[in-house]
Design a protein around this ligand. Structure first.
Ligand code: SAM
Length: 373
């Protein structure tokens, strides 16, 4: 069994644990901004294809003492790079963490690169070039105190870049965060889903992918593991085929988004089209003040403007008050979830039955649940 490490946004480790369990991972252990797990090669491919809340899956290949540049260089040279990389292939190195002597990630990455290409040159007279954007081999070095962990990055670009969203809204949620919020509600595609402030449509699209059991990775051009020397095309085909067979032809429940800004709605529509969902989800223009439930009761999930990026926090008080009034007066029987900052949540004026602290990027937010009777 191989050990793996899934990187996730801070605070979403427990959501990722649930996902990894459902995908068949073993020996799962949450850590800071990541989750350790183990499994076979099929699991590695399945997690890349199917996980909705994970950024990358790393495969640790060496762990060593690494107090300074010389020690790091030696540790990297101790690895036989012929197993992973030939001189015609390109490479990139990401560094995280650091210690007293290795505290510039760029300099640290340079040491790793030099150790690898020096070994290649000594063996063959040729060396790999660096390609930061689309390398054949992406490495991740994490330094914590005196230790370094070197991993192969099996994903390549972060898995939140699904490939369906070319059109970005004003303050879009990351797809992985949208998926995590939906998973935190416990929604499984069993009741209607509505986002009345849908912007570029991230929440409705992630909800639709979940409800139809479409793997979020199915829109990607490639994962880096497909370029590895040990890539097993048969296992990969089997993983993809098994998941294709589970996809539902139609949405089991209505999934609806609205927004008052026609430009945002157009972005949502373009993204839905890219995800081949535009015929199935419903998008329409609506101003918050005139909102009526578009379906039978279900769940409503939204992330209203916070002010940090779109306006001034205090100015948004009346908007949040109105949101609370609209929910209370017109959405009887619904369960609403709102992602916002602590200060703005006070203006909603409803009693939350659950408050989950969440980071949206570096911004501390709360995900609030309201049962509307
Ligand atoms: C933070 S953005 C939502 C981003 C969205 N979750 C995404 O991923 O793209 C908030 C959205 O609320 C919409 N909005 C703001 N005021 C509104 C109002 N009074 N009525 C309807 N929509 C409004 C904005 O147009 C914007 O798209």
């Amino acid at each position: 069994m191989q050990r793996y490490f899934a990187t996730v946004a801070r605070g979403l480790e427990s959501v990722a644990v649930k996902e990894l369990t459902a995908l068949g991972a073993k020996h799962i252990k949450p850590d800071f901004s990541g989750v350790h797990f183990a499994g076979d090669r099929a699991l590695l491919y399945r997690v890349n294809l199917c996980a909705r809340t994970i950024f990358r899956v790393l495969v640790p290949i060496a762990e060593f003492r690494c107090r300074h540049a010389r020690e790091l260089y030696r540790a990297i040279q101790n690895i036989d790079w012929r197993e992973h990389l030939s001189p015609e292939q390109t490479l990139a190195i990401d560094c995280t963490g650091g210690n007293r002597q290795l505290n510039h990630t760029h300099f640290t990455a340079l040491q790793v690169k030099n150790a690898i290409v020096d070994q290649q040159r000594a063996q063959t007279g040729q060396r790999s070039s660096v390609d930061a954007k689309s390398p054949d081999l992406r490495l991740n070095l994490h330094i914590y105190q005196q230790r370094g962990v070197l991993s192969l990055d099996s994903s390549g670009s972060s898995l939140h870049r699904r490939g369906y969203r070319q059109a970005m809204g004003q303050a879009p949620l990351k797809e992985t965060l949208a998926a995590a919020l939906i998973q935190l509600t416990g929604w499984q595609g069993d009741v209607p889903f509505y986002d009345p402030l849908c912007g570029s449509g991230t929440l409705v699209l992630e909800a639709a992918l979940l409800a139809k059991r479409i793997p979020p990775g199915s829109f990607r051009q490639q994962f880096t593991f497909e370029r590895w020397r040990n890539f097993d095309a048969q296992v990969w085909e089997h993983v993809q085929q098994t998941n294709r067979e589970q996809v539902l032809a139609d949405l089991p429940v209505p999934i609806v988004g609205s927004d008052h800004d026609p430009e945002q709605l157009q972005l949502a529509y373009t993204n839905a089209k890219n995800a081949r969902l535009s015929e199935q989800i419903r998008l329409f223009p609506a101003e918050l003040s005139g909102l009526e439930p578009p379906t039978d009761p279900g769940i409503l999930v939204c992330n209203p403007p916070y002010g940090h990026r779109l306006g001034i926090e205090e100015e948004l008080g009346p908007f949040y008050q109105e949101l609370g009034d609209v929910l209370k007066q017109r959405f009887t029987g619904w369960t609403a979830y709102v992602l916002t900052t602590k200060i703005l949540s006070k203006y909603i004026g409803l009693q939350a039955t659950q408050r989950i602290p969440i980071y949206n990027g570096s911004l501390a937010c709360t995900f609030l649940k309201y049962e509307l009777y």
